[in-house]
Write a protein that binds this ligand. Structure first.
Ligand SMILES: Nc1ncnc2c1ncn2[C@@H]1O[C@H](COP(=O)(O)OP(=O)(O)O)[C@@H](O)[C@H]1O
Ligand SMILES: Cc1ncsc1CCOP(=O)(O)O
Length: 266
């Protein structure tokens, strides 16, 4: 499927106008970047993770993002997830590290059954681990260079979810339609948090419109910001930490003109 640039512009505008609250239960490694990228996009992050407060907080949010990198917060994810599901909120599940931990993968499978995520986004190795229910790599980075799109479609259909495998090409499917997003830059794979940030941004986009087009628009938006950030980083001869900051800067500086202009290139 082809995505129109106008869809990215429309949803970006809606996020800035409505300032949706995005409830993120996420890992300590990247939590600050996740909060900052949501603010940069115009959304309002809340990172509450105590099991005794998450249900109340998620009730007032537009979307919930559960990140398995915060496996110690599993009880909070279960409670918040069940509440968000009951309320019909968009739920994004990021299966960080299920590729290398049997325990985490089992907990992830339990969570999927219990909270019915609107969207699951992981890197290629995490998605293969999910589909095959096996270890694929040690650590949180991907080693797989491709994904089995047919298996992804079957899984997405069976679980009634939008499944995203991110990498040089993001593959996005709901079991019927398939979008391929070829935006972004390889520097995104050289900082920690690109995936976690993509997932919280999916919370903002899907909390605004829970469709596969919105998921594809989010992947494109993130990719366009990554491309712009890579150009700026190169101009100032910066390295990976410059890229990380400039990436969030580019999210805050993105305009409809830049989206239309960049989207037609490449
Ligand atoms: N080689 C690449 N070229 C372009 N974009 C990439 C590349 N690798 C990762 N990305 C982008 O970085 C983001 C995070 O993806 P990825 O690195 O696969 O996730 P994770 O951080 O969970 O391992 C996605 O938006 C993806 O499109
Ligand atoms: C949970 C965790 N453990 C080590 S790095 C990290 C964060 C990984 O984030 P991303 O997959 O977005 O790079």
């Amino acid at each position: 499927m082809e995505l129109e640039a106008g869809k990215i512009v429309e949803l970006h505008h809606e996020i800035k106008k409505k300032r949706p609250v995005i409830h993120c239960i996420t890992n300590a490694v990247t939590v600050n970047d996740c909060a900052n990228i949501l603010l940069a996009a115009g959304a309002s992050p809340t990172m509450a993770h105590h099991p005794l407060e998450v249900e109340e907080i998620t009730e007032g949010a537009a979307a919930l993002v559960c990140n398995l990198g915060a496996i110690a917060d599993f009880e909070a994810m279960e409670k918040a997830g069940k509440k968000a599901d009951e309320m019909g909120h968009a739920i994004v599940l990021d299966p960080v590290g299920i590729s290398g931990s049997t325990y985490r993968r089992m907990q992830c499978q339990t969570l999927i059954k219990e909270i019915h995520p609107t969207c699951i986004r992981g890197n290629y190795s995490e998605i293969r681990a999910l589909l095959k229910d096996c270890n694929t790599v040690t650590g949180v980075d991907a080693s797989d260079k491709s994904v089995d799109v047919e298996s992804m479609k079957q899984y997405a259909k069976a679980q009634k979810t939008i499944l995203i495998a991110s990498g040089a090409v993001d593959v996005i499917t709901d079991g019927g339609e398939v979008f391929e997003c070829r935006r972004g830059h390889e520097m995104m794979a050289h900082i920690t948090g690109s995936g976690c940030m993509s997932s919280v941004m999916l919370g903002a986009f899907l909390g605004t419109e829970a469709t596969i087009e919105a998921a594809a628009a989010c992947c494109s938006f993130i990719g366009l910001c990554g491309e712009a950030a890579a150009e700026k980083t190169k101009e100032c001869q910066g390295g990976t930490m410059t890229f990380r900051n400039v990436f969030i800067d580019e999210v805050s500086l993105m305009t409809p003109e830049k989206i239309y202009d960049r989207y037609q290139k490449k």
